[in-house]
Design a protein around this ligand. Structure first.
Ligand code: UFG
Length: 338
């Protein structure tokens, strides 16, 4: 199938491109490179053995998007392009509304215009009310605590509206828990701008010597060791789920919303210890105050994805840490290293 991958140069989109190509699909990347390096496209090409067809277009540019849809006959769209830093979304909510929701609205309009009827959407566990449940099924209470999560929920609503209004249009919303790790080659990985806000890239940067010490946000939560518990998921498992979601759309011609996680809770200290084991490096840390907005524990009930998509996470915490370390040690400054 010929697939448009929005945000295909980003962390998750780039891994999805490699998995889709390995399944025989043809990918076309659209990315505005607001948070990604064009260097990623060269790395994807190295892994797939073919040049990547890519356009630098912002999804809000309706004319640029229409041109792209006229140039190619897409059979499906995978939509990753979005801003994703929770703290930034609190500081600049309009930017998240405009980029994430506006971009999705523009993409949906272009799909409608071109009669493209299959969409896989990169949603997030951030759409749930994290204060209401610990293990979260798809029917758990919704209600994001920040503009980033609200923007993902608004996108899901726009997608549902298009599905209601357009015969044959079907979408899979994939609600990710905590994606981590990297392509096992060490050629692709997570390369956040500035100080990482997520745990795994921070740990990796401490281990490689880019940062001195990891701040651990609280050790007095009601969890077994007092640190926060989350559901970490290997980015290669996550990428595979997108290819499975596409197969689902072809096979079943209906829409779906599904969680993606392992279903296992892992604490901050457990992750740090696993990382030290596989990397052979020390990760010195300080226990600091809790981070505003964090909850004690949040992990997925991923049984729907297993039942309906036939997908389950296969790679364990050790593989997540090993591949994150392989990426970080080969690329100490991320894509800027080369
Ligand atoms: N943590 C630290 N130190 C750090 C960074 C994180 O101790 O430097 C801790 C957090 O307190 C939390 C755990 O590590 O207990 C994971 O934190 P992350 O920031 O990596 O991930 P979150 O679960 O907070 O956030 C993730 C996604 C968001 C999404 C959110 C809600 O990154 O996009 O889940 O589902 F909004």
């Amino acid at each position: 199938m010929k697939i448009l991958v929005t945000g295909g140069a980003g962390y998750i989109g780039s891994h999805a491109c490699v998995v889709l190509a390995a399944r025989g699909h043809e990918v076309v990347v659209v990315d505005n490179h607001s948070n990604s390096s064009p260097q990623v496209l060269t790395r994807i090409a190295q892994l797939t053995g073919a040049p990547v067809v890519a356009s630098t277009v912002d999804l809000r540019d309706a004319v640029g998007l229409a041109r792209l849809f006229a140039e190619h006959r897409f059979e499906a769209v995978m939509h990753f392009a979005a801003l994703k830093v929770v703290a930034d979304s609190i500081a600049r909510p309009q930017e998240y509304e405009s980029n994430n929701v506006g971009g999705t609205a523009s993409l949906l309009a272009a799909m409608k215009q071109a009669s493209v009827s299959r969409l896989v959407f990169s949603s997030s566990a951030a759409v749930y009310d994290a204060t209401a449940s610990i293990q979260v099924g798809e029917d758990a209470p919704l209600g994001a605590g920040h503009p980033y999560g609200q923007s993902k929920l608004s996108c899901e609503h726009l997608i549902a509206q298009q599905a209601n209004e357009t015969a044959d249009f079907h979408a899979v919303n994939l609600r990710y828990f905590n994606p981590v790790g990297a392509h096992p080659s060490g050629l692709l990985g997570e390369d956040p701008h500035g100080t990482p806000t997520n745990l795994m890239p921070y740990v990796s940067q401490v281990a490689v010597g880019q940062r001195a010490r990891l701040p651990i946000f609280g050790d007095d939560y009601a969890t077994p060791d007092g640190t926060g518990v989350r559901d970490y998921l290997h980015v290669m498992d996550l990428a595979r789920a997108h290819a499975d979601a596409l197969d689902f759309l072809v096979r079943e011609r209906r829409s779906l919303t599904a969680n993606l996680g392992t279903g296992q809770g892992v604490s901050v200290l457990e992750l740090v210890q696993a990382f030290e084991r596989v990397s052979g490096r020390a990760v010195p840390y300080d226990i600091v105050a809790r981070r505003a907005g964090d909850v004690a524990a949040l992990y997925a009930d991923p049984s729907l994805a297993q039942r309906v998509l036939g997908w389950r996470a296969e790679l364990d915490l050790e593989a997540m840490c090993r591949d994150a370390w392989h990426w970080q040690s080969r690329n100490p400054q991320g894509y800027a290293t080369s």
